[in-house]
Design a protein around this ligand. Structure first.
Ligand SMILES: NC(=O)C1=CN([C@@H]2O[C@H](COP(=O)(O)OP(=O)(O)OC[C@H]3O[C@@H](n4cnc5c(N)ncnc54)[C@H](OP(=O)(O)O)[C@@H]3O)[C@@H](O)[C@H]2O)C=CC1
Ligand SMILES: CC(=O)N[C@@H](CCC(=O)OP(=O)(O)O)C(=O)O
Length: 344
């Protein structure tokens, strides 16, 4: 099966290369970005003698004719323009940006402050939260790969939201990410001197992933009210931790909820539920496609604390994108994704 990657010189793009290089079914056919004619090892010396391909210009006809699937690891706003050139080609598209995720284009305008993609494209694209949308992903032509924070948040919340165990207006998500989540373009906020030995909150009450999380929560439970969602920058390269607080509407204990989570995710190898009294750390999923979840009910307050961790470049981006491609092509979801964590 032939694969093209557009945005290969970015952090998610080079992570796609790392995964696909040893994938037994997908072959990297062509790689693209604006750095045309540079070999990938000139851009990323760690790839020397591993992948020697050159970055090519984006010839939509050739990509459409020669590849079976194209990954767009490009910024929001750019992906949209690429999708519009690719939709009439006979090729599956997996877009890692936010451009295809929000079904209501007025929300995209409000939160991304850019022009939205055409409504006809939004209607047909499938939200690629692999564990929850498998059937639609199987038959999808265009996948909106979920955002990194929404992936961790939604996998952590799904079981209790679907069971309607949660007071609909009580959801608070306290999220933290490593700096690779911001991509490779330099900015003051991600300078070593700003991030090292520091912890900063950013985009307070205006993070673009807020409507994406709410959209999916409301598909599971139409009563859900707006959430509080806070994002922080951690002085690490990879990893996201979301600590989620919800008010329970029933008298449920930790054992019962851990059972619920274990049963829900029993057939989903990338979601691991921690035993009672233990919580996951970001390093425990580093370089893997796992989402690890720990939970505890505070009997004094009736609130449930859920902790979920992912590697933002893997389950939060390239890993889930390959998981979705596996599903689209009828492969085992784990194909090419059997990494154990890089630890310590
Ligand atoms: N980083 C993460 O953890 C996550 C990222 N995402 C999403 O994935 C996408 C990529 O993110 P990330 O890898 O961090 O971004 P980077 O900024 O690291 O990389 C962006 C890539 O897009 C390419 N690009 C930019 N403009 C164009 C253009 N006009 N034509 C062709 N290629 C272009 C860049 O190429 P060049 O080198 O030539 O400039 C580069 O290869 C984004 O939409 C992001 O929101 C989603 C989840 C997590
Ligand atoms: C650490 C960091 O800065 N993370 C980025 C994640 C952006 C992203 O993934 O963008 P999409 O909206 O295209 O999903 C952020 O918080 O904006």
């Amino acid at each position: 099966m032939k694969v093209s990657i557009i945005g290969v010189t970015g952090y998610s793009g080079v992570e796609l290369l790392r995964i696909l290089h040893s994938h037994p079914v997908f072959d990297i056919h062509s790689i693209h970005s604006t750095k045309v004619d540079r070999s990938i090892s000139e851009e990323y010396p760690h790839m020397l003698h591993i992948i020697d391909k050159k970055v090519e210009d984006i010839d939509f006809d050739r990509i459409g004719e020669e590849s079976d699937v194209v990954f767009l690891a490009t910024p929001s706003g750019i992906s949209k323009r690429l999708v519009e050139q690719l939709i009439d080609k006979d090729i599956k598209i997996i877009d890692l940006s936010g451009d295809l995720r929000l079904k209501d284009s007025s929300e995209y305008i409000q939160w991304y402050k850019k022009d939205p993609v055409k409504n006809s494209i939004l209607t047909e694209s499938v939200y690629g939260l692999s564990e929850w949308n498998e059937e639609s992903i199987q038959s999808a032509k265009w996948i909106a790969n979920p955002g990194c924070y929404p992936t961790a948040t939604l996998l952590g919340l799904a079981p209790v939201i679907i069971e309607q165990f949660v007071e609909p207006a009580s959801i608070i998500v306290d999220a933290k990410s490593g700096t690779s989540g911001a991509g490779k373009t330099p900015s003051n906020g991600t300078l070593y001197t700003e991030v090292n030995e520091n912890l900063k909150i950013y985009k307070v009450n205006e993070h673009q992933h807020t409507p994406e999380i709410e959209q999916q929560l409301r598909m599971w439970n139409g009563e859900i009210k707006p959430i509080t969602f806070s994002t922080h920058l951690l002085p690490v390269t990879r990893g996201i931790m979301t600590t989620i607080y919800v008010q329970l509407i029933e008298d449920l204990d930790t054992d019962k909820l851990i059972d619920l989570y274990k049963n829900t995710y029993e057939k989903h190898p990338f979601v691991r539920i921690r035993p009672k009294g233990t919580f996951p750390a970001i390093k425990e999923v580093c370089s893997t496609n796992y989402c690890d979840i720990g939970l505890h009910v505070d009997k004094r307050t009736g609130r449930l604390t859920i902790v979920s961790v992912i590697d933002n470049l893997m389950k939060g981006a390239a890993g889930q994108a390959v998981q979705n491609a596996n599903i689209m092509f009828g492969l085992d979801q784990q194909t090419g994704l059997n990494f154990s964590p890089l630890y310590p």
